[in-house]
Design a protein around this ligand. Structure first.
Ligand SMILES: [Zn+2]
Length: 265
């Protein structure tokens, strides 16, 4: 679980292998008491949808610029969170019938708002508008969202729903794994069943440091030091840089980071 700042918004790194999985990864700490939320408002939603390649800059401009009708933002966010919760549960095999219905309803809405058109190609054709509008010369057809006029927030939600629809109906949906990193739970496609972490550089190294610290602690630490570790949850023997990353990863806010800086969580 790592992210970067884009236009002042923390955008999770795309490690899932599909936009539907990366959408699930806009929350970290699945199952944890204090999960980390990345989709905190319409602006964050707009930036993420654009960075994920689901919509283009013009289509998300009202979201990123804050030009929305009053009262629409909260409702749209709750809809997005509900869809994400349902999608995550479905992909890890823990969906309730109600969650399946949420996913089904949003996927159906995305399909209803799409039109089958001839397109120039590219895997973005399923959800993106402008460049994929009907082309008389096109030899391939695809369901395209955005041919019909949509309100910006609806467009963003339905673009996500279309990506979710595309993924859950693909063979790759049976090859999803969840990162076991502390406070993570990010999803990624793992068709070869060889990958354990969302990112070896972050969650993998954290776990490695913890194992190393546990080994050192069990050999050399006295009762007082072991007690301190238990109190603060800080691994003994961690290198300063890694220790800083571990501490910064808990409750860190994106505002204090540099634009191009990678950080945990
Ligand atoms: Zn992870």
């Amino acid at each position: 679980m790592s992210c970067r700042l884009v236009d002042g918004v923390a955008v999770p790194d795309a490690v899932g292998g599909h936009r539907a999985l990366d959408f699930c990864n806009t929350r970290a700490g699945w199952g944890a008491p204090q999960p980390r939320e990345y989709l905190t408002g319409a602006r964050a939603l707009g930036v993420w949808v654009r960075e994920a390649g689901l919509l283009d800059a013009a289509q998300v401009a009202p979201l990123v610029g804050g030009h929305l009708a009053a009262g629409t933002e909260r409702a749209a966010l709750e809809r997005v969170w509900l869809l994400r919760e349902a999608l995550y549960a479905c992909l890890v095999g823990r969906a309730t019938p109600a969650q399946w219905r949420v996913l089904e309803a949003e996927a159906a809405a995305a399909r209803a708002a799409s039109r089958l058109v001839a397109v120039a190609g590219g895997d973005r054709a399923r959800t993106v508008g402008a460049q994929d509008r009907p082309s008389p010369a096109g030899g391939r057809a695809a369901w395209v969202l955005g041919v019909l006029p949509l309100a910006p927030l609806d467009h963003a939600v339905l673009a996500i729903a279309a990506a979710a629809d595309q993924f859950v109906t693909s063979p790759l949906a049976g090859c999803v794994a969840a990162c076991p990193g502390a406070g993570c739970g990010w999803l990624f496609a793992d068709p070869r069943r060889r990958r354990r972490w969302c990112s070896m550089a972050v969650c993998g190294n954290r776990a490695k440091a913890r194992r190393h610290a546990d080994r050192r602690g069990s050999v050399s630490a006295g009762p007082a030091l072991r007690s301190a570790q238990g109190q603060w949850g800080v691994p003994a023997g961690a290198r300063p840089g890694l220790l800083a990353a571990v501490v910064a990863g808990v409750g860190a806010e994106p505002g204090g980071q540099q634009a191009s800086q990678q950080k945990d969580h």
